[in-house]
Write a protein that binds this ligand. Structure first.
Ligand code: GLY
Length: 371
């Protein structure tokens, strides 16, 4: 568990506004928001009844508070995790939407981690050409990243997130209290994405992660809530400026080119997503430093923040050749060109399209791969 002492005293919620093609929506961050959902939904002017989609384990932990919202029909429970994030599961959701006679005015709640949010969001995006969805992320990674910005989708046997759509939610409700029951490794996985925000926009986050890791892992609301809110503010600003990822949104991919390759060559079995991104950020930082975009001291600050989170799975048995092959298959290759996100000091990024195979090779060796 991340902590057994998660706060139960509500802190004043923080409201962050996002604009999107489908309209504006609020990201709410605060303890107690998910334990009194009717009050939260009412305060946002949203209906208090919805079709709630969740996973059995999440519902067991957090469902009691959502029974009133789900009403007599109860929740729709699906398997979560990357293996289950398929068109088959989405098809089951369509059946449930149909059985519950949902129409275009209906509201669906996604209560769960990133895969529940992605699948529910995609089913809502495509059923009757679009239902409303409220994202209630229950992992740190989903709270600071995937629940915001409208990316939804599923995996195909040939790759991750290959089918999807942009479908902004009607609201995102982030309650740090729900994170207290997360396994420590899953909680830590989200913290690598938190570190990413430090690199791309707000270096003070790196200092907070490094110096307050004990309070963060203990889910102390006075440290964790503002940290989550800061990340959500950055994500909200980025997706408001570039919803469809034609420019600024690419900065969110810092560490992801190499991170995705590590996940792919280990068949998504070895790393939590954040751990792979941790390695990806170390490699991207190194390339940034070789290009004099980042100083050695700045790179060391990044390394220190990543290492302060704890051990990561080994990479020394992984081959550079395999990783390079996976990089060329990545979605971030557009018209044959790789859009590699480099750090520009700490707090800014630059997209470079001329990163060489040699640079990638050396960076992979630098983080420990062989070959
Ligand atoms: N997770 C990256 C993005 O939302 O663009």
């Amino acid at each position: 568990m991340a902590s057994s002492t998660a706060s139960t005293r509500p802190t004043s919620p923080v409201r962050i506004d996002v604009t999107s093609e489908r309209g504006p929506y609020a990201v709410m961050v605060g303890t107690g928001l998910a334990s009194s959902p009717e009050k939260t939904l009412k305060s946002l002017g949203l209906p208090v009844h919805a079709l709630v989609v969740s996973a059995p384990e999440i519902w067991r932990r957090h469902g009691a508070a959502w029974r009133g919202v789900a009403g007599k029909r109860g929740p729709v429970l699906i398997t979560d995790g990357e293996k289950a994030k398929t068109l088959n599961t989405v098809s089951r959701l369509y059946d449930a939407f149909n059985a519950n006679a949902l129409d275009r005015a209906s509201m669906v709640v996604a209560l769960g981690g990133g895969t529940i949010g992605d699948m529910t969001g995609f089913a809502a995006a495509t059923y009757l050409r679009g239902l409303h969805v409220i994202q209630v992320p229950t992992t740190l990674l989903a709270q600071v990243d995937s629940a915001i910005g409208g990316k939804t989708g599923v995996n195909l046997p040939t790759g991750k997130n290959l089918v999807g759509s942009f479908h902004s939610p009607s609201a995102v409700i982030c309650d740090p209290d729900v994170l207290g029951s997360l396994p420590r490794r899953d909680f830590r996985s989200g913290l690598y994405e938190v570190v990413k925000y430090g690199v791309i926009a707000a270096p003070s986050i790196l200092e907070t992660v490094t110096s307050k890791s004990h309070a963060i892992f203990a889910c102390e609301a006075k440290v964790l809530t503002p940290l989550i809110a800061e990340c959500c503010r950055i994500k909200a600003a980025v997706v408001t400026a570039d919803e469809r990822e034609s420019g600024r949104r690419r900065s969110l991919n810092f560490g992801h080119t190499i991170g995705h390759a590590l996940e792919a060559i280990t068949k998504y079995r070895r790393f939590r997503h954040g751990e792979a991104i941790g390695y990806g950020m170390l490699a991207a930082g190194r390339i940034s430093q070789w290009r004099s975009l980042m100083s050695e001291a700045e790179l060391n600050t990044l390394r220190h923040a990543i290492r302060s989170l704890g051990p990561m799975p080994a990479v020394t048995d992984l081959s550079i050749k395999d990783a390079l092959a996976a990089i060329t298959l990545d979605k971030k290759v557009i018209s044959g060109k790789l859009h590699f996100v480099a750090a520009k000091g700490l707090g800014a990024t630059v997209s470079i399209s001329d990163v060489t195979t040699d640079e990638l090779k050396h960076a992979l060796r630098d983080i420990g791969l062989r070959g």
